[in-house]
Design a protein around this ligand. Structure first.
Ligand code: ATP
Ligand code: MG
Length: 616
């Protein structure tokens, strides 16, 4: 068979990495061009893999449906689906559901949603039916029959045995790094005895944990994973897909290579912790090949370093603990690095793709600074997000000469601002200046500190010299001069007083007549929209929350969520859930996808405009 013409990566290529080099080598050498299909007709995977061009690469993303996906998975998704896309191959969406107690349909649905949201799919054009698509969605549990048959074949050929040592004995006899293992007394059973006993396991005649099926490899191997690893265990548990059909389940390390082989995966990419499992992966597939159960050329496993990011934990188990113990409010809490949480917080799929791309692919582990997530978000949103004004810590400002300037206290002076400063074609936001506006509390200081250029009232300075009230510009509006403030009985400032300097409106010839150093964002009291704004920050106070065996719950950041009553520019009245904005000077915000409604606006801060942790 001649190698069919195959797509080459685009010219604007991503930086190369060792995985791309392996794939390019395999494509150039036609490593997989002569491939025929593993499995036998009737096996779930056989037809699935069938009609596609065998020379194309196949990768897979194989989560266990035991929780929601997190940002580490996003890296794996972008890598596997991205390589398939770049090299004209196919990426299989496969659930590794061999652990019935921990797996649920809810997680299956959540994972599929997350992959779609990230921008990837498992439907590809069907070469047999022009115009139609094929779905490459698979479940390991669909191969349980095949896995069982393969186990019987291993037993028959003398490559597996039923071990009835207690778990403690098994552990003791496995040896350790310095000591070879000791053969189990059950290791010398004949294939017939093993087969009969294995069938009794399957038929429910043995208690949970009473026996396991083990591959018979080498109890003295330097690689402990080759010291007769368990491949089947007894577990009476209802499976989300196969129900109560089975009371024995394959172990992950046995199931995974078979899944890859049945689906004709070419490059099985996983994280480094599986490196020591690779010899077993190879042993199993080569052995099954000699038994006629799978075919050569078979899949190969390649490992890369997992994505670690400071200030977050990426372990489904730990994330589940945070959720179950109520430290956060559900899997989609915007403080979690779950994809549902990050999406709700306002991170875009594009920003996560960018992050995955930038974090590269290597064999050397390391930590990516949390700030990189926010940098990727800003890089994605800065050119796109419409701008708006919001006041998060409101203090009233009264313009005491407003009626003198405009003829009436109730006058509404129209003002304009660009939707996006770099894209005039996107038009203008229209809002009004009225006699009272909300400003940020931090924009007023009764006694200004050095370098403070916003609002402060007239005063006598330390040298006894009278200083006028300071002048600042209300952004997109007028220059104003601070004349004083009002206070309550406790001495707390309740309003700032100022006069408006006529003929200084932004965009008019007079705008430059008066130079000021301070510019203030504001919204009109008369037209502002009251909103709940949720200010999120890092969930942990330590860069490596679980370093050195520390309990990660002991370093939760008590300030990770703060809710404020804010006032928003009137143009935000039409914002829909999931709409994203840059609130000028404050950062990027999203209308909450669950709680935002037109009568009850709720916005989440995704990130500030600058990294506020850099100086901490
Ligand atoms: P967790 O420990 O969070 O449960 P996992 O590795 O057990 O993660 P799986 O559902 O088995 O989760 O993972 C699916 C795929 O995602 C695997 O191929 C795994 O290697 C990959 N993956 C998981 N975490 C990361 C990470 N931090 N960086 C890169 N890839 C990851
Ligand atoms: Mg896991």
């Amino acid at each position: 068979m001649t190698a069919p013409s195959r797509p080459t990566p685009p010219d604007d290529v991503k930086p190369s990495n060792f995985l791309r080099q392996v794939i390019e080598r395999d494509l150039a050498q036609g490593t997989y061009a002569s491939r025929t299909f593993a499995g036998t007709p009737g096996d779930a995977a056989h037809h699935a893999a069938g009609p596609l061009d065998p020379a194309r690469i196949r990768t897979r993303f194989p989560p266990e449906p035991n929780g929601y996906l997190h940002i580490g998975h996003a890296k794996s998704i972008c890598l596997n689906f991205g390589l398939a896309r770049d090299y004209g191959g196919v990426c299989h969406m496969r659930f590794d559901d061999t652990n019935p107690e921990k797996e649920e349909q809810e997680y299956v649905d959540g994972i599929l949603d997350a992959v779609k949201w990230l921008g990837f799919g498992w439907e590809t054009p069907d070469p047999l039916n022009p115009g139609a698509t094929r779905s490459h969605l698979y479940f390991a549990s669909n191969y349980f029959d095949f896995m069982y048959r393969a186990a019987e074949a291993l037993i028959t050929a003398g490559h597996a045995y039923v071990d009835e040592q207690t778990p403690d004995q098994m552990r003791a006899n496995r040896g350790d790094f310095n000591t070879p293992g000791t053969d189990s007394p059950f290791r010398s059973r004949t294939p017939d005895e093993n087969l009969a006993r294995f069938r009794e396991m399957r038929d429910g005649l043995l208690a949970d944990g009473a026996a396991v099926l083990r591959a018979k490899i080498d109890m003295a191997s330097a690689n402990i994973n080759l010291r007769d690893p368990a491949i089947y265990r007894i577990k009476r548990a209802t499976h989300h897909n196969t129900g109560d059909t089975w009371c024995i389940y394959p172990m992950y390390t046995y199931a995974h290579p078979i899944e890859d082989a049945l689906e004709n995966i070419t490059h099985s990419i996983c994280t480094l912790e599986f490196e020591d499992q690779r010899p077993f992966y190879d042993w199993l597939l080569d052995t099954l090949c000699t038994l006629g159960l799978t075919k050569q050329p078979r899949p190969h496993q390649y490992e890369f370093a997992r994505l670690n990011i400071t200030y977050i934990v990426t372990s489904k188990r730990k994330l589940k603990q945070l959720v179950d113990e109520g430290h956060v409010q559900g899997w989609d809490d915007p403080r979690l690095p779950t994809l549902v949480g990050m999406r709700r917080r306002g991170y875009t799929a594009e920003s996560l793709q960018l992050l995955a791309e930038r974090s590269g692919v290597s064999k050397a582990g390391g930590w990516l600074d949390y700030a990189s997530i926010d940098i990727a978000l800003r890089d994605d949103l800065d050119p796109k997000a419409p701008r708006a004004c919001a006041v998060l810590d409101p203090l009233k400002l009264k313009l005491t000469n407003f009626a003198d300037v405009f003829g009436s206290e109730s006058h509404r002076e129209p003002c304009h601002a660009p939707v996006h400063p770099a894209h005039p074609e996107r038009g203008q936001r229209d809002f009004v200046l009225t006699n009272e506006v909300w400003i940020e509390r931090e924009d007023f200081m009764e006694v200004p500190s050095k370098g403070f250029f916003r609002l402060s009232p007239p005063r006598t300075d330390a040298a006894g010299v009278a200083q006028p009230g300071s002048r600042s510009r209300l952004k997109y509006g007028y220059v104003i001069e601070c004349t004083g403030c009002e206070k309550d009985e406790a001495g707390q400032v309740t309003a700032v007083l100022a006069t408006l300097v006529p003929d200084t409106k932004s965009g008019t010839p007079g705008a430059d007549a008066v130079k000021v150093k301070g510019v203030i964002t504001w919204v009109s009291v008369a037209t502002a929209i009251a909103a709940e704004v949720r200010l999120y920050d890092r969930l942990f106070t330590e860069a490596q929350p679980d370093a050195g065996g520390r309990d990660f719950l002991s370093v939760l950041n008590p300030l990770s969520k703060k809710i404020v009553s804010a006032y928003l520019e009137s143009s935000l009245a039409t914002a829909q859930p999931d709409d994203r904005f840059q609130f000028e000077r404050h950062g990027y915000f999203v209308a909450d996808r669950k709680d935002h409604a037109s009568g009850h606006p709720v916005f989440n801060r995704t990130t500030t405009l600058k990294d506020t942790w850099a100086k901490v």
